[in-house]
Design a protein around this ligand. Structure first.
Ligand code: CA
Ligand code: CA
Ligand code: CA
Ligand code: CA
Ligand code: ZN
Length: 345
């Protein structure tokens, strides 16, 4: 069996519909502001002055890491390019576009936040430039340190604004550690990692399809199922974000060949905020087994011992939705030979 090794495909149009924090998808994007696909990658420049709080150039790697965190997401096509440290910004130059997207430390006093981001767009709401200011009024550190802000944490939040995601304000967003929550503390590195809402936002504005490495969406029907192989963890996505121009994707079908005597186990891991289910169909198309726990997150498992029929079986991974949210996110699945139990003594 040949496995697809295609590149991710930017196959969904970018959205034009507001999503607010109160919609429950864990992110906020309330004007049609975004980079176009052709505007990527976004070149960024780090002002060479950095901050005096951190020795040498040790503040540069955490800034780069903050952009990389957003790039690393498998189902977002956002793309940044490190264009070096050749551009200075000043208080004055930051007031208008100067052709360079810069990360700069400047002292804006206590009236401004720890960090802020300026965005400039054309008349079509396509971004043309963005600058990130890290307020040098505050103390900065690499890593968690008392009385200082961790560069990577704050920069990861600000880089989310470069994607045009907007601050979150609810206690739920705070408690879930969402990176786009509007406030952060000193001595805290928790914003370095993206949470479910942050990645939902990145998927929403810069969506790509690459289910199970196929370069596309997992088929929505039995016949078109994507072939998968044993013992590999696959990543894929279902999407029910609420806009007419965004592909609604509620099921993915995969196929694998198995002999009648095979003894197989199937595992699905849900994203933390979604309830997906796992179903097994025999080569004739009949549902034979399923695991449909009613819960967000966690796992679903099926054991089939033996398979009983030789041929191309199907796995169906589908969203469970009662009309509310919770049908959106990246899942992980695998099938393997039944784990062997320890032999009897
Ligand atoms: Ca600039
Ligand atoms: Ca899919
Ligand atoms: Ca699908
Ligand atoms: Ca479930
Ligand atoms: Zn913010």
């Amino acid at each position: 069996m040949e496995l697809a090794s295609n590149q991710p495909v930017e196959s969904e149009s970018q959205p034009t519909h507001t999503v607010q924090e109160t919609d429950g998808y864990g992110f906020d994007w309330n004007i049609p502001l975004h980079w176009t696909w052709s505007g990527l990658p976004v070149y960024y420049n780090i002002d060479p002055d950095g901050t005096a709080d951190i020795g040498g150039t040790n503040e540069l790697p955490p800034v780069r890491a903050s952009f990389q965190t957003w790039e690393d997401d498998r189902f977002s096509g956002i793309d940044f390019y490190d264009n070096g440290t050749g551009v200075h910004e000043t208080y004055q130059s930051l007031e208008s576009p100067n052709g360079a997207n810069v990360i700069v430390w400047l002292d804006y006093g206590s009236e401004e936040g720890v960090g802020f981001t300026n965005l400039w767009a054309d008349e079509n709401f396509h971004l043309v430039e963005t600058d990130m200011v890290l307020n040098d009024y505050y103390n900065w550190s690499v890593g968690a340190q008392q009385w200082a802000f961790d560069v990577q944490s704050v920069a990861t939040h600000e880089a989310g604004h470069w994607l045009c995601l907007i601050d979150l304000y609810s206690n739920a967003s705070r408690d879930q550690g969402q990176t786009m929550y509007y406030a952060s503390g000193m001595n805290d590195i928790s914003l370095r990692s993206l949470e479910w809402g942050d990645v939902n936002g990145a998927h929403y504005v810069y969506p790509v399809h690459n289910d199970a490495g196929s370069g596309g969406d997992g088929s929505n029907n039995f016949a078109g199922a994507t072939a998968v192989a044993k013992n590999i963890w696959y990543y894929a996505r279902l999407c029910d974000l609420p806009t007419p121009d965004h592909t609604l994707d509620t099921q993915d079908w995969y196929k694998f060949y198995a002999g009648a005597s095979a003894r197989l186990a199937f595992t699905l891991f849900n994203p933390s905020n979604a309830d997906f289910d796992l179903e097994l169909y025999n080569p004739s198309g009949a549902l034979t087994d399923y695991s449909r726990k009613r819960q967000n997150g966690g796992s679903e498992t099926i054991v089939k011992d033996p398979m009983g029929t030789t041929g191309w079986w199907r796995l169906r991974i589908a969203r469970f939705s009662t009309g509310g949210q919770g049908g959106n996110g990246v899942y992980q699945f695998k099938y393997q030979n039944m784990p062997l139990l320890a032999p009897e003594p």
